[in-house]
Ligand binder design. Structure first.
Ligand code: ATR
Length: 296
């Protein structure tokens, strides 16, 4: 039996076992995917233990993503360029040569959900320019800003965060990163205090990367007055599926993207590496899985 799982602390809230359980059943694979609680102080030894026990790999969730990046760096494991850019790891897998690989599939999950739901980005092209507004500057924002530039080719990113210093730091990091790595030369990434009429009129997307609006979290309060009606509003929060942000967006007539797809698609990379099957879901299966994930 192929073994995989998710490590975090706490871990009981994780939806990954349900998600992978669904895929294992769909493809009739003899495998298991368990939630494994690991305290921060035991992380490195538990990491080694799972590998020694023959795990094909595992997902990494809060609060271990950055620390696992450091561990894999220290041990000289193979780290994908994406995980190196983000400095956070959410997927570990042992490849056929027995090499331990570390990567980050959050960015792919974000991208794939956006690509599918925006009809291969056609929706985003209806707006005047390729600029995006990112709410938040934490770990999720990090993966998303990277993706918006590297994969979605946004020219301008505006980051709006409660703590402006963090927005400035993230903006600076990626402005330098893309130039240094010759990935792109002329992106503008700016920390902003509000959505001004000029920024709002030009944006083709606004994405909430904070946990605000999630069940048991405070609401996200954001003034959308100046945002044009074509801008796609994407919330990475998936519980509830229709957050207040998305409801407001719908009332104003903006297209919306819910966060459940990001959760579902980020799981695919690990699943393929561990269990050897590249998952594919039709619309019906996607809806069925969404229901399973959001049921108690
Ligand atoms: P994640 O890895 O999920 O992105 P994180 O790194 O802790 O989590 O980042 C959380 C983000 O939500 C941050 O941008 C944070 O803003 P600060 O940088 O000011 O902390 C934002 N956030 C969390 N709670 C918030 C609140 N009550 N009001 C405004 N922003 C909040």
């Amino acid at each position: 039996m192929i073994k995989a799982g998710v490590i975090g602390y706490p871990i009981s809230h994780s939806l990954s076992p349900k998600l992978h359980g669904y895929l294992l059943q769909k493809y009739k694979i003899d495998g298991q995917y368990k939630a494994i609680e690991i305290k921060p102080e035991n992380l490195e030894q538990e990491f080694d233990r799972l590998i020694n026990e023959g795990y094909a790999g595992f997902n990494v969730t809060v609060p271990h993503k950055e620390k696992v990046f450091e561990i894999t760096q220290k041990k000289g494991y193979k780290i994908s360029s994406l995980a190196q850019a983000i400095k956070a790891v959410n997927t570990i897998y042992v490849d056929k040569n027995n090499v331990i690989n570390a990567t980050n599939s959050d960015a792919f999950g974000f991208y794939e959900n956006l690509r599918i739901k925006s009809n291969n980005f056609k929706l985003l092209n209806s707006s005047p320019s390729k600029s995006a507004i990112v709410l938040g500057a934490g770990g999720a924002a990090n993966a998303i800003v990277y993706n918006l530039i590297a994969n979605c080719q946004f020219e301008k990113i505006y980051i709006l965060n409660r703590t402006k210093e963090k927005a400035l730091k993230l903006a600076n990091y990626y402005e330098n990163y893309f130039v240094k790595n010759k990935l792109s030369g002329n992106n503008i990434i700016e920390a902003i205090d509000e959505i001004t009429p000029k920024i709002g009129a030009a944006a083709s997307m606004l994405v909430n990367t904070t946990s605000l609006g999630m069940k048991n979290q405070p609401e996200l309060n954001i003034n959308l007055t100046h945002l044009n009606k074509y801008a796609v509003i994407y919330d990475i929060v998936y519980n509830p599926l229709f957050t207040n942000l998305l409801k407001n967006a719908q009332e104003r007539g903006n297209p919306i993207i819910t966060g459940i797809g990001m959760l579902i698609y980020q799981a695919f990379e690990g699943f393929e590496k561990w269990f050897g099957v590249k998952p594919q879901l039709n619309n019906e299966e996607f809806e069925e899985l969404t229901k399973i994930l959001l049921s108690k």
